[in-house]
Design a protein around this ligand. Structure first.
Ligand code: NAP
Length: 280
């Protein structure tokens, strides 16, 4: 029997409906998200357009600022500082990839943590250890939301997170630990990845390598969350999980595209409303 698909587009749509109601509770208070991009990147532009469409649906104004491609780190940080000072700006997002010579960590740290709606500032990253972060990292929160949507009992569930990046793998592991799931984090030093994934009730893959996880590496009935976004040689977007083989073994599976991505955007909007003072 094929896996039950976790439809991120549907989940995100329902979230946006709830977020639009939360937006109303703020009345005339400005809720503005500003996207900063250095140069022009076609892939980032697609994300920006998706974010703009979703923001408009919720009633959040989104402003897009494009800095010249030759901008220095200091100039980008100055642009961020100006946004930090603007009372009408609730949230700031810096689009990636950034040109060589600009350190993404320095840039992220320049954002006022109260406006860091991607949840990547060390203050927000650190706060997830305390269980109730105001602005959690969006992709990690999206992966968590998709797992919770399955209705599975996470307490005691064997969970394997593949990938240990600061912005995705590590925060996902921490969020799932709060559910009393038994979490193993696999990475480049892991000896035999399949030994771990085969015993997992939940597998989250966030690496950026197409086809890294195959159906024969999964326990029958497992919940598989594919965070990866990779462009194939034919231009098609694929995840890190081989969809066809995983679909025959998994109990739940996120498609790529249409899984984690749309829910991540909804989390960005939720964080923007929270930054503006909404209880959501
Ligand atoms: P990243 O910073 O490149 O991290 C990738 C991680 O995978 C690293 O921890 C790396 O370990 C580990 N890794 C590499 N090869 C591995 C292997 N063979 N087995 C196990 N682990 C391995 O990437 P990221 O920012 O976390 O993003 C991961 C993927 O998610 C990308 O495809 C990205 O496009 C996608 N993504 C999706 C969303 C979304 O909303 N859907 C959001 C963000 C990112 P080392 O550091 O030790 O090499």
């Amino acid at each position: 029997m094929p896996a039950q698909l976790l439809d991120g587009r549907q989940i995100a749509k329902r979230m946006r409906e709830r977020l639009a109601e939360a937006r109303q509770t703020l009345g005339d208070r400005p809720v503005r998200l500003v996207s900063l991009e250095v140069g022009q990147n076609p892939a980032a532009d697609v994300y920006v357009r998706n974010q703009q469409r979703a923001a408009a649906e919720v009633g959040i104004a989104m402003e897009v600022e494009n800095l010249p491609v030759a901008s220095t780190e200091a100039q980008l940080v100055e642009a961020i500082s100006a946004l930090n000072r603007r009372a009408d700006v609730s949230g700031i997002i810096v689009q990636r990839p950034l040109p060589h010579g600009i350190d993404p960590r320095q840039v992220q740290m320049a954002i006022d943590p109260h406006k860091d709606v991607e949840g990547m500032h060390p203050a927000n990253m650190g706060s997830i250890l305390y269980r109730e972060p105001l602005l959690p990292p969006c992709t990690a929160a999206a992966a968590q939301q998709l797992i919770v949507a399955t209705g599975m009992d996470l307490r005691g569930a064997e969970t394997v997170v593949v990938g240990h990046s600061e912005i995705v793998g590590k925060p996902i592991a921490v969020l799932l630990l709060h559910h009393l799931s038994t979490v193993t984090v696999c990475h480049i030093g892991t000896r035999n990845l399949a030994d771990h994934t085969r015993r997992a009730d939940i597998v989250v893959v966030a690496v950026g390598k197409p086809g890294l996880v195959h159906g024969d590496m999964l326990k029958p009935g497992a919940c598989v969350i594919d965070v990866g976004i990779n462009q194939g040689p034919d231009g098609k977007i694929v995840g890190d999980v081989d969809f066809a083989s995983a679909n025959e073994v998994a109990g739940f599976l996120t498609p790529v595209p249409g899984g984690v991505g749309p829910v991540t955007v909804a989390m960005l909007l939720r964080n923007t409303l929270r930054a503006a003072g909404a209880s959501v």
